[in-house]
Design a protein around this ligand. Sequence first.
Ligand code: SAM
Length: 285
Amino acid sequence: MSREEWLEERLRPSLAQKLRIDRQLYRDKTEHQDLIVFEHQLYGRVMALDGIVQTTEADEFVYHEMMTHVPILAHGAAKRVLIIGGGDGGMAEEALKHPLEKLVQVEIDRTVVDIAREHLPSISGGAYDDPRMELLIADGARYVQETDERFDVVIVDSTDPVGPGEILFSQEFYAGCKRCLTPGGIIVTQNGIPFFERYAVENTYRRLGTLFQDVSFFLAPVPAYIGGFMAFGWGTDDKTLRCQPLETLAGRFAGLGTKLRYYTPAIHQAAFAHPQFLVDILEAV
Ligand code: SAM
């Protein structure tokens, strides 16, 4: 009988999550990180980078729906969207459900895109073949400093702040994103699990706070990212966009004509409500 293989995801010095590798589909070192794709009994196909779970077929809908539909529907007239990272294509797939004119995705690791297209086709859907989509293989931090393009929404779908993703949590990077936004544009960021990563929300709150008039977080539980709800950073200069009447969001959502699996207008509104421990963390910044 062959021995079971497991991915041990080290989350903290004293904490790890283990996922059984039921069938390995790909494993190699890319130019930037260690990449593995495998099948798991509960999560379906799973992609991990440098030993950290990035996305799973079973729960990706929570993360990708919230990071796209919340800012795009809140904006109300977004035509141009920028995704930084997002190699699995799930963010692009959700964003392209909106009547955008252009979607630019800047991903540093071509192998992540190629392997996700091959082994996780249900996550990107047809996104990479959509004529509105432009995929650039480049460092997102450099792109936002140099591009002349402007966007209504910037979505930072980064790895955690280690390795090539570290720079995507820096003040300099956020300032670059602001530079790329149209007036009243919105930036959203993946900001980890506040229960474990208090420093991640503190740092982003402080850094976005020097750049935008309205800074906050919205929340959603993503099962594979253990430790409770995940926080998504929110920054814009338009203070009217965060708290909008339910009817406004519901009207825009109905206009999409799409049924989603996690996002609803009521979830959108409620996601900006914070438990007291998060209020305390943010007030102390
Ligand atoms: N949802 C995941 C999570 O939080 O665990 C992250 C998604 S994964 C698609 C993040 C992507 O960011 C990876 O494909 C990685 O290659 C890319 N990335 C990391 N650093 C980057 C950089 N500096 N510029 C552009 N993309 C980057």
